[in-house]
Design a protein around this ligand. Structure first.
Ligand code: EPZ
Length: 424
């Protein structure tokens, strides 16, 4: 089993560059299937989810090369339209292939997607949105068969700004006949990045960054080379680590313009921030102020993907804080692990109340999902004593060399990648 071992209680000092964005790169890799040619994406983090997506693309006949952070994908001739069951169930993003594959060849077979166990995570909004464009579905168990003799642009109203459903409909719409309008679209930066890449490939998309996207179908897309933005969630994770431990750190290659809500929360905890371009300097005395109430919201609100990390950080404040999770109904699992470290957290449905006592002690804990695992790293870095985190393959799905990054800030941390190394 893969694990991390941390001797905590140290301030963090130093600088590091933030990896490319996992949640931007994964749909961008799906988009490469829409181009009968070569698509290059730079600044791609070497993480398990990228490795799994590479295996899926290879199984479809797309020739993929990953070298020094650059992905080169040749989707000139695909040999299959069926995702391997073994890989489709390993991550949520496999569902993104559906829209791209149906857009490219009119059919796709996949399996119910995997991903973090943070709630039910249905795909009804994906299915309903694609049906509006003329896709028909046959579902048998977790096997999903999608077909479209012809994709025709349509109006899609999303009752909730689902990131994945928005991305899937966009991917299916770019080669459809006519115009597609997505109302109630998600506005996350990862969708902006996907649309930026598709436009470079020749797609016609208006309203990027707004809740109303208009896509006029084109006949074909062209080769392109794009660079993925920095990962705003990984950056926020490292900022929170400094907030909890105390110290001073400079983050570079950071998507500052996408991080407004997270930076505001850092200021509310009493951290000093200076940002210029893609650089953020954070200073903290290691005694974060409590936050009486905050709720997670769709972008540009406070991101659900930073909620667990904030919960861990607030355990090191002195006073009461509360966090309402409005996106995923099962995203408080990490509280159970933090309690093993002495945290005083009460969960009432979607509200977590944290009674901060200023410190935690090291313990044997287990990562239960990606961001919850990152939250345990923050807690281990700031807690007194040794923390051993098991099941770190969850963390390695989204953080490339988290132990190397944190050692650059002076952390005493070591990793054993265990079976995660074989999966890569
Ligand atoms: C994406 O997941 C991200 N994953 C998640 O990040 C992120 O937490 C989430 O967006 C919200 O920002 C990737 O981009 C790979 P949603 P996604 O569809 O697309 C419900 C991480 O830590 N819903 O916006 O699955 C759903 O159950 C991961 O990097 C439906 O009801 O999120 C949830 O309650 C975790 N029906 C809410 O919408 C659907 O068809 C938001 O889901 C789809 C979603």
């Amino acid at each position: 089993m893969s694990f991390l071992e941390i001797n905590g209680g140290r301030n963090l000092y130093g600088s590091l560059s933030v990896q490319g964005s996992k949640n931007a790169v994964l749909p961008m890799m799906a988009a490469a299937l829409l181009n009968k040619g070569i698509t290059v994406i730079q600044n791609v983090p070497y993480i398990l989810d990228v490795c799994h997506m590479i295996k899926i693309l290879n199984a479809l006949g797309c020739r993929v090369k990953y070298e020094n952070g650059t992905l080169t994908m040749d989707a000139s001739c695909l040999t299959s339209h069926e995702l391997p069951w073994a890989w489709a169930g390993k991550m949520r993003s496999s569902i993104m292939i559906l829209g791209a594959l149906v857009g490219r060849c009119g059919e796709a077979v996949t399996y119910y997607p995997g991903g973090c166990s943070i709630g039910a995570r249905p795909i009804d909004l994906h299915v309903e949105g694609l049906k509006k464009l003329g896709v028909t579905f046959d579902v048998e168990g977790d096997r999903i068969e999608a077909r479209a003799a012809r994709l025709v642009g349509a109006c899609v109203d999303l009752p909730f700004p689902s990131v994945g459903a928005t991305e899937n409909v966009v991917l299916a719409a770019v080669l459809a006949d006519g115009e597609t309008c997505i109302r109630g679209a998600a506005r996350e930066p990862e969708i902006v990045e996907l649309c930026r890449m598709l436009r470079q490939m020749g797609a016609c998309i208006d309203g990027v960054g707004s809740g109303i996207l208009r896509i006029r179908g084109v006949k074909r897309l062209r080769d392109c080379c794009v660079s993925a933005c920095g990962d705003r969630i990984v950056a926020a994770t490292y900022l929170m680590a400094v907030a909890a431990c105390g110290g001073e750190a400079m983050l570079t290659e950071t998507p500052v313009s996408y991080m407004g809500a997270s930076l505001d929360v850092m200021r509310r905890m009493g951290c000093r921030l200076k940002s210029e371009g893609d650089r953020v300097l954070v200073l903290s005395d290691g005694e974060p102020s409590p936050i009486p109430f905050i709720r997670t919201e769709p972008y540009p609100g406070f991101p659900t993907d930073v909620q667990s990390q904030l919960m861990a950080t607030l355990c090191f404040s002195r006073g009461n804080s509360s966090i309402q999770e409005t996106i995923f109904e099962g995203r408080f699992n990490t509280a159970l692990e933090l309690k093993k470290m002495g945290a005083d957290i009460i969960i009432d449905n979607r509200l977590a109340v944290i009674h901060g006592a200023g410190n935690l002690h090291g313990a044997l804990v287990e990562a239960r999902d990606l961001r919850g695992g990152a939250a345990l790293v923050i807690a281990g870095l700031a807690a007194e004593g040794k923390t051993h985190i098991d099941s770190c393959c969850h963390i390695f799905r989204g953080y490339a060399g988290i132990e190397t990054d944190l050692r650059q800030l002076g952390a005493d941390i070591r990793a054993d990648y265990g079976q995660a190394a074989q999966q890569a």
